[in-house]
Each structure stands twice: as structure tokens, then as C-alpha cells.
Write a protein that binds this ligand. Structure first.
Ligand SMILES: NC(=O)c1ccc[n+]([C@@H]2O[C@H](COP(=O)([O-])OP(=O)(O)OC[C@H]3O[C@@H](n4cnc5c(N)ncnc54)[C@H](O)[C@@H]3O)[C@@H](O)[C@H]2O)c1
Ligand SMILES: O=C(O)[C@H](O)COP(=O)(O)O
Length: 528
């Protein structure tokens, strides 16, 4: 099998060796494509690898008829339409750790350059001026650094700033006062941070909530002479408000690596002597570029070869140790979903997935995705996958609930999938038998023991002598061999079921004949 890979932004050649070494990977590097050219070409590729420059818009994604994975060699994925990718079942992966150090070092370099006017002084000297008066700076020692966004880079920056003997105050929705104390920084709200800081550095992603996090009102609350650093994303700071605050003398300086519109060469902020800037260089080091290219290349190879990834962006991931425990149940989850989809009549309205026993203590979201995938696949076909299963269920208006209980009716772990449609509620439960694989152990209220694969026939009948024989005879007359069979009943002479494993699919006409037999209420073919 050959996979076609397009690299449309400059990636470290040394870092893409996992792609180069993988068998059957055909790699095209073209970093000069216009959006139109990318749109024309993208249909040929299984994977697209980018940095922040290529705009992977909905239009590009929709033209990517063979696209299975988009790899971002870096952190920010704001240049990729994640919704469009998820809708089409395309997984997006990034390299979240590889450039943390470089971005933190760049932020500190910007902080120090800002405090000491290094770029301006250098520029002046290059213009043959020996000017020692204009470029008097300030020390950072004993000053307060406000950090907004205390994730990987924010924490690294704080750690280094403390080395410069700065006080650090930080805000992050996931930071608590206790955690901050342990990390040796002060915790505060956004308002506390911006009021207390002499220097403010932002390290959040660009989200709806963080767009213009630093705006006109925020600048008004800051100390006079505050200095601002943005090595995260353009748009976190309102550029017009920053310009006005500098011109008004409220803000003494700003160091910017990122901008609302990139790339650009003309920008009114760059006309101000108080502003220093770099063209989005935070991650541009030999080391960072090599690591992010390696990380993302490994994920692309691993996904196309085995369907597994380390750093999914549009799919919730679970820690390795949890994955090791739930992965053996993935097939069973999909089979239960698929079984139920064939069993139940009507449009699914609500699906309850209950995890009992040991599974109840684990993060089972990936397992639920498999159950939903199985449920939808038999109706929507092969385009349903792990990435878009939940999205498609939401779009179809199917409520999916995950429930957990320690009571597992004697099984170490049990998965029960229950589906409500307009015609009623049906359920199926399964478990993994040590060394023997998956088993369906309950259908509705009947206990069974069925291997969930191949062709099955679920029959509801009246517990009467002759009912089983009539089914066997009819199947034989259709040339259908019975491989295994189980019966169960609620009470003698009451409602009963047959769960039959057969060697081939029963056609519609055969099902109609089965339904017409004496004492047979219903017959449902289930193909797993
Ligand atoms: N300039 C560059 O070249 C460069 C390089 C690497 C990363 N980045 C950017 O730096 C930013 C941070 O990257 P990271 O690796 O530290 O990411 P991260 O996910 O580790 O950290 C981001 C933090 O922001 C926090 N956050 C989210 N919403 C917030 C809000 N409203 N207020 C305050 N905090 C909020 C999150 O909780 C998280 O802890 C990203 O925007 C990334 O794209 C830029
Ligand atoms: O989000 C990131 O990883 C940085 O902004 C780096 O972007 P780049 O890969 O385009 O340098």
C-alpha cells in the first residue's frame, strides 16, 4: 500500500526521517503552493503536514477526498479548521511539547530586549549613531511579571523569570492558589495579574475566550509604563488598543512575535519606536524544528499503518496505562454498537453505554466512541470513524450517555449498550473472557453466550415444542448451515429467544418466511 504525503510548510528535513524510512510512503515537499494550487492537489494525498503558515480551510479539507490525517509540526492549530476535519473524520495531530523550550527562551529574549532596548540600540548603531542617552532601560530584577496562560510555555517562562529574580503572578483556568504556591508563583485573577504586573506576557491559545483578552479596558487597569510581550498568538492582544495605549504613554513598550494577520510587512505598530518584533520565530530553532517534525512524522506513520496516534487534537486521548486497559475492549464496543443497530428498529434517539466492574474506574470515552462508531457504521457506512462518530451522533440528534457502576453481575467488566428508538428500548451486553475474546452475554433481558462475529440470527418465539425444529428446517431448506445455537426463556411456555450463529447472511425473503412460522414472533439478522 502506498501513502501520499504532502508537506506544505518548511519542516526540518532531519526531523522527517520517520516518513522517509517508512515503507510505501511517497513524500512531496512543496512549500510554495498558493491556496488554489493546494486545493487542486490535495485530493491526491493521504496526509498533509503543515506548520502555522498553510491555511487548512474547510474548502481545502473538503477537497481532500483521500485525506486521513493532518499533522501540525508545532502547537497552535488555529490555522486548521478543526470542525471541518472532524466532520469528515480526518484526524488532526500536533507536536505539543517539541517547541516549548524554544518558545520560552524566545519570550525571555523578548522580555530582556524590551527592558534594555536592545533591538532599537542595535538599529541605531547600525545607522552609525553612538547614542547612549535614548536607550536607557529598566532592570527586571524585583519587577513583577504577569503570566496569562500557565501551561507548558507559561510555566517555563515563569521559571526562567524567577531566575532573573522577578516576582511572578499568574492566571490560568487550571491554576489554583495551592498549585501556584508549589510552583513558586503567586496566583491571581486576570484582573489581579494585569493590575500587579510591570511586564505582562501571554501564553494562551487563541480561542473565543482569549481573543482580545488584552483590550482597551485591560490596558486602562494596568500600571503606567507596563510592558507587554506576546509570543503566543496574534489576536490575544487587541492590536488597535495596544497601539493607542502606547501612543497615550500608558504602555512603555511591547515585544511581539505574533500578529493578527500573518505574514505581513506593513503594520502600524511597527512604526512605533517602543515596539520590537520578530516574524513568528518562537519555535524557529534547529532543536525545536527537529523535534516537532519527528513527533508529527511518527504520528502520521503510526496512524496510516496502525490507526494509533500519540498527540490527537480532535480526539480526546487517554494516558498510556489507561489505554492499555481499555484497548482490548475496542472491538467488543464496536460489535455491541453494530449488533444493537441491527437489532433495534427505528431511528436512535438515546444511547446509554454502561460500564460495570473494573471498566467503571477508567476513562472510557474512547471505548464509547467505538460503540457509537459500530452503531452508526451499519447505517452510514465506512465514512464513520473514531474522529467523527461523536460529532455525527450529535448532528443526528442522538443523546449519548456514559454511565458507570461497580456492580458487574459476576463479570470482571461488562459493557451494556442500550438504545431507545420510537419503537422501544433494546439492549445488549458484552464482556471479554480471559484468553477467549469478546462475548455477548445478554440481549434485552435474556442471558446468552455468543461470539460477536459473523452472521447471527436473533429470533423471538413462544417456548413451545417444535418451534426450534421449524426454524432449523427452514434454514436448512435455504441452504443455511447452523454453526451454534442457544435458547433462553423467561418462563416455561413464555417468551423465548434463539440466538443462532449461521454460515451466511439470511436474505429478506428467508427472514419473512421465518417470521411466518408458527410460534415465531420476530427474526432479526445481525451481520457483524
Ligand atoms: N511564537 C511561537 O512560535 C510559538 C511557539 C509555540 C507555541 N506558541 C503558542 O503559545 C501558546 C501556548 O502554548 P503552550 O504550549 O504553552 O500551550 P498549553 O496548552 O500548554 O498552555 C496554554 C494554557 O493556556 C490556558 N488558557 C486557556 N484559556 C485561558 C484563558 N482564558 N486565560 C488564561 N489562560 C488560559 C490553558 O489552560 C493552558 O494551560 C499557544 O498559543 C501556542 O500556539 C507560539
Ligand atoms: O504554535 C506553534 O507551535 C508556534 O506558533 C510555531 O509556529 P511555526 O511552526 O509556524 O513556527
Amino acid at each position: 500500500m502506498t501513502f501520499n504525503i504532502l508537506i506544505s510548510d518548511p519542516l526540518s528535513e532531519d526531523g522527517i526521517f520517520p516518513l522517509r524510512e517508512a515503507e510505501g510512503f511517497n513524500i512531496v515537499v512543496d512549500t510554495a503552493l498558493t491556496p488554489e494550487q493546494l486545493g487542486e492537489k490535495i485530493g491526491e494525498f493521504d496526509a498533509l503536514l503543515v506548520r502555522s503558515q498553510t491555511q487548512v480551510t474547510r474548502e481545502i479539507i473538503e477537497k481532500g477526498s483521500n485525506l486521513k490525517i493532518i499533522g501540525r509540526a508545532g502547537v497552535g492549530v488555529d490555522n486548521i479548521d478543526l470542525t471541518a476535519a472532524t466532520e469528515r473524520g480526518i484526524i488532526v495531530v500536533n507536536a505539543p511539547d517539541g517547541n516549548t523550550n524554544s518558545a520560552a527562551e524566545h519570550s525571555i529574549a523578548m522580555l530582556m530586549s524590551l527592558a534594555r532596548n536592545i533591538p532599537q540600540a542595535f538599529h541605531s548603531l547600525k545607522n552609525k549613531k553612538w547614542d547612549r542617552k535614548t536607550f536607557i532601560g529598566v532592570e527586571v530584577k524585583n519587577k513583577t511579571l504577569g503570566v496569562l496562560g500557565f501551561g507548558r510555555i507559561g510555566q517555563e517562562v515563569a521559571f526562567r523569570a524567577k531566575g532573573q529574580r522577578m516576582n511572578v503572578i499568574a492566571y490560568d483556568p487550571f491554576l489554583t492558589a495551592e498549585k501556584a504556591e508549589k510552583l513558586g508563583v503567586q496566583f491571581g485573577s486576570v484582573e489581579d495579574v494585569i493590575k500587579a504586573a510591570d511586564f505582562i506576557t501571554v501564553h494562551t491559545p487563541l480561542l473565543k475566550e482569549t481573543r482580545h483578552l488584552i483590550n482597551k479596558e485591560a490596558f486602562e487597569k494596568m500600571k503606567d509604563g507596563v510592558q507587554i510581550i506576546n509570543c503566543a498568538r496574534g489576536g490575544i492582544i487587541d492590536e488597535d488598543a495596544l497601539y493607542d495605549a502606547i501612543v497615550a504613554g500608558k504602555v512603555a513598550g511591547a515585544a511581539l512575535d505574533v500578529f493578527e494577520e500573518e505574514p505581513f510587512v506593513e503594520h502600524k505598530l511597527l512604526t512605533l519606536p517602543q515596539v520590537i518584533a520578530t516574524p513568528h520565530l518562537g519555535a524557529s530553532t534547529v532543536e525545536a524544528q527537529e523535534i516537532v517534525a519527528i513527533d508529527v512524522s511518527y504520528d502520521v506513520v503510526s496512524f496510516l499503518q496502525n490507526g494509533t496516534v500519540k498527540n490527537p487534537v480532535n480526539l480526546s486521548s487517554v494516558p498510556k496505562d489507561v489505554l492499555a486497559k481499555i484497548e482490548p475492549f475496542f472491538n467488543l464496543g464496536e460489535q455491541l454498537g453494530s449488533f444493537l443497530s441491527d437489532l433495534a428498529e427505528g431511528v436512535p434517539e438515546e444511547v446509554n453505554i454502561t460500564y460495570s466492574g473494573e471498566l467503571a474506574n477508567l476513562d472510557t470515552r474512547p471505548l464509547s466512541r467505538n460503540a457509537i462508531k459500530g452503531l452508526l457504521k451499519s447505517k452510514l457506512g465506512e465514512s464513520v470513524n473514531d474522529v467523527n462518530a461523536k460529532f455525527l451522533a450529535d448532528r443526528l440528534g442522538i443523546t449519548v450517555n456514559e454511565l458507570k457502576t461497580s456492580k458487574s453481575k459476576g463479570f470482571t467488566s461488562l459493557i451494556t449498550v442500550e438504545m431507545r428508538t420510537a419503537t422501544g428500548t433494546r439492549k445488549v451486553a458484552g464482556t471479554l473472557l480471559n484468553g477467549l475474546g469478546g462475548r455477548i452475554v445478554r440481549v434485552d433481558d435474556f442471558i446468552v453466550d455468543v461470539i460477536p462475529s459473523g452472521y447471527l440470527l436473533f429470533i423471538r418465539h413462544k417456548d413451545q415444542p417444535g418451534a426450534i425444529g421449524r426454524v432449523g428446517t427452514l434454514l436448512a431448506s435455504e441452504g443455511i448451515n447452523i454453526a451454534a445455537m442457544q435458547v433462553g426463556r423467561s418462563e416455561i411456555g413464555g417468551d423465548a429467544i434463539m440466538m443462532i450463529s449461521i454460515d451466511k447472511h439470511v436474505e429478506k425473503s428467508g427472514i419473512e418466511q421465518l417470521k411466518g412460522l408458527e410460534d415465531i414472533f420476530d427474526a432479526t439478522p445481525i451481520d457483524l
